[in-house]
Design a protein around this ligand. Structure first.
Ligand code: PHE
Length: 341
């Protein structure tokens, strides 16, 4: 019996050592020291042994049980620790991995320029007036002193809709009519930024859609000198204190007299380069004194009121400023272009 106990101990300790996880260890425990375990059975059977064997077997069985219990307890601790370690590793978050990038949007280069322009004009007391993109023929042309069949309409190739007389505005000037009719006879000082549309061959220099920024001032005693001074003040804020400004006479049916505005080429400083086509000047706006017919169409008495208007192209300014050589990039939706700004 004593020999049998030695064997049981050896077997039990070996199996405890080999138990790969808690479940296997629990099986070993029930096989030896559990209620029906072999060592437990030996302990229970001591009473049936011959009297002279009982003491030795009883002592031995207790020693063996203690040794096995101790081995099971220490193995259980070791298994618990390694199982916890494995669980932690399986559910681990690798804090050293780089985070997922959050895509950050940015402001379109044309809108950047528009915002800059709006800020400059705001400083000079011009409020933003929003006008519709879909216009009627009257407001886009006729009320701006361009009656049907007027040859100057050729300057604005037009997208017409299937509804007669409804078109996409070819310039922001029709907004002048809306604003005047809303505010007359109050004085006006506004800018009208927004998309314009022209039915033109798309090329590096012209797109079918582009922004304009229109300006309009209407009031008493507004003169050509006010227009010129205002444009110069704008140009200095936009292009720098020392920039030279040049006015050329021009023609628009809705202004009289009409001018075009050039600024000294800020790339070559007037020396002449590829951007200014060797002239030293860059055209930035069309402008003029609001035509009396237009004032009247807007609800102002031209014998009492006068005003000036101008129209500039934000994309053109952006192109000049950044050396962008093709206007098609603006609405081409190519992130490689847009991400540069
Ligand atoms: N509307 C004109 C254009 O599109 C620009 C302009 C605006 C000229 C206001 C004079 C006054 O070309």
């Amino acid at each position: 019996m004593l020999k049998r106990l030695d064997e049981l101990q050896d077997q039990a300790l070996k199996q405890v050592e080999q138990a790969a996880d808690s479940a296997a260890l629990a099986q070993v425990e029930s096989a030896y020291t559990g209620k029906k375990g072999e060592i437990t059975t030996v302990l229970r059977s001591i009473g049936t042994l011959p009297a002279d064997e009982r003491k030795a077997v009883g002592e031995k069985a207790n020693v063996v049980k203690q040794a096995v219990d101790a081995a099971i307890a220490s193995r259980a601790d070791a298994l618990k620790a390694s199982e916890l370690g494995a669980a932690m590793q399986a559910g681990a978050i690798d804090v050293t991995l780089p985070g997922r990038p959050l895509p950050v949007g940015r402001i379109h280069p044309a809108n950047q320029t528009l915002r800059e322009l709006a800020a400059i004009w705001a400083e000079m007391g011009f409020q933003v007036y929003r006008s519709r993109d879909v216009e009627d023929d009257d407001t886009n042309f006729t009320l701006l002193n361009l009656p049907p069949h007027h040859p100057a309409r050729d300057m604005w190739d037009t997208f017409h809709t299937t509804q007669p007389g409804v078109l996409l505005r070819t310039h922001t000037s029709p907004g002048q009519i809306h604003a005047m009719r809303q505010y007359a006879p109050e004085p006006i000082r506004i800018i009208l930024p927004g998309m314009c549309y022209r039915y033109e061959q798309v090329s590096a220099r012209s797109e079918v859609q582009f922004n304009q920024l229109e300006g309009l001032a209407v009031g008493y005693n507004i003169h050509m000198t006010d227009l010129k001074g205002t444009i110069v003040a704008f140009a200095r804020r936009m292009f720098g204190e020392k920039v030279a400004v040049r006015f050329r006479s021009s023609h628009f049916p809705f202004t009289e007299p009409s001018i075009e505005v050039d600024v000294e080429c800020f790339l070559c400083g007037g020396e002449g380069c590829a951007v200014c086509k060797k002239t030293g000047w860059l055209e930035i706006a069309g402008a003029g004194m609001v035509h009396p017919v237009v004032l009247k169409n807007g609800g102002y008495d031209p014998s009492k009121f006068s005003g000036f208007a101008f129209g500039m192209g934000p994309e053109r300014m952006t192109m000049l400023r950044h050396g962008i050589t093709d206007i098609r990039y603006f609405w081409g939706n190519d992130p490689r272009f847009l991400e540069q700004f």
